[in-house]
Design a protein. Structure first.
Length: 220
């Protein structure tokens, strides 16, 4: 399976014009496929399994900015803190505290996004508004984590209005928090199936996998 270069170029032009960051989600994809996009200028890549991320990072150019996406187990934090560019998906205060602790040990500040629960499904991780407010103030206490923004995943649904309203709600929350905390600048929302709706609703970072790399084989 090869990277779809035409789609990549078109998407990059659209996003560059809007000042939106594209994170190429390369989970399950090979080193060769990642390098194909890298050679076209892509630098932000996202993974959501720690083992896979660590293995790939060790084989690929150091100029890649690695994003960790989704739920991160606390006992795996120390493996990615030394190099991860943005941890997207800090979904609890205890995880935030663990990142801070591991970052302090190696004296490296780590940028994080807080994951907000916006979908209808029970299964999606994320904080509610009260937890979020607490985490943002803890994160701005001068420790080793920097809260750079918010991340959310809409419901897996064909209901455009539902997705739109979830993205809109997250954007409102983002604007509210941004007024209080100047470090908050990133709103990461939108994936292959819903990035257009996300862009219409204020996203400035999208995470796109299957549209660029082709469908993923199911895991195990
Ligand atoms: C896999 C994944 C994506 C990309 O999904 P596609 O549908 O392949 O674009 C985006 N965000 C997160 C958190 C993911 O786990």
């Amino acid at each position: 399976m090869a990277v779809d270069k035409a789609i990549y170029q078109k998407l990059r032009e659209e996003l560059d014009a809007k000042g939106v960051t594209l994170v190429a989600v390369s989970k399950t994809k090979s080193i060769a496929e990642i390098l194909e996009l890298y050679e076209m200028g892509q630098r932000d890549f996202g993974e959501n399994y720690v083992q896979e991320l660590v293995a790939k990072q060790s084989l690929l150019p150091t100029s890649i900015r690695w994003h960790f996406l989704g739920h991160l187990q606390r006992n795996k934090v120390k493996q990615i803190v030394p190099f991860c560019s943005l941890i997207q998906g800090v979904d609890s205060l205890s995880l935030l505290q663990e990142i801070n602790k591991q970052a302090q040990k190696i004296n490296r500040s780590v940028d994080c996004l807080l994951q907000v629960h916006i979908a209808q499904e029970e299964t999606k991780f994320g904080m509610n508004e009260a937890e979020l407010m607490e985490a943002v103030s803890v994160g701005s206490d001068g420790g080793y984590v920097r809260i750079k923004g918010l991340m959310g995943m809409a419901s897996l649904s064909d209901d455009t209005e539902l997705i739109r309203s979830e993205f809109h709600g997250l954007h409102m929350l983002y604007q509210k928090i941004r007024l209080l905390h100047a470090s908050v600048q990133i709103l990461s929302m939108g994936m292959s199936s819903d990035y257009s709706l996300a862009l219409q609703n204020g996203s400035n970072m999208i995470r796109v996998g299957s549209l660029l790399f082709g469908a993923r084989a199911p895991r195990r």
